[in-house]
Unconditional design. Sequence first.
Length: 122
Amino acid sequence: MHIFDGLLDELLVPAWEAGASDLLLTSESKPFVRVDGALARLEDQNVVTGDWMHDVLAATLDGRQKNSFADHKEVDFAFSWRDVARVRGNAFTQQGSPTISLRFIPNRIPGFAELGMPDAVQ
């Protein structure tokens, strides 16, 4: 099974659909998203477990990254997702459990009108 066939995709999809810039995963908590700078809990999602977080990291990180995480308790990583975004990630250990922060970097750059920019900026 590829990591995005259910394991992490089940959270990336609702985060993307909510217009989130970030997806924040902490063991024993429901996921959070950052939308327009504000944090919101994804209430319709299950609590993320430490075992699930370990499975995500095992499927996401390459060998060098896994060693770095084991040695330093923190690692940066990135991956492409569904041809719509690049996802930048940071995993670190907090109170003995992994925490993962993911940021969407959309492949398509929005235009001035979509960003609500005044004509003078264009």
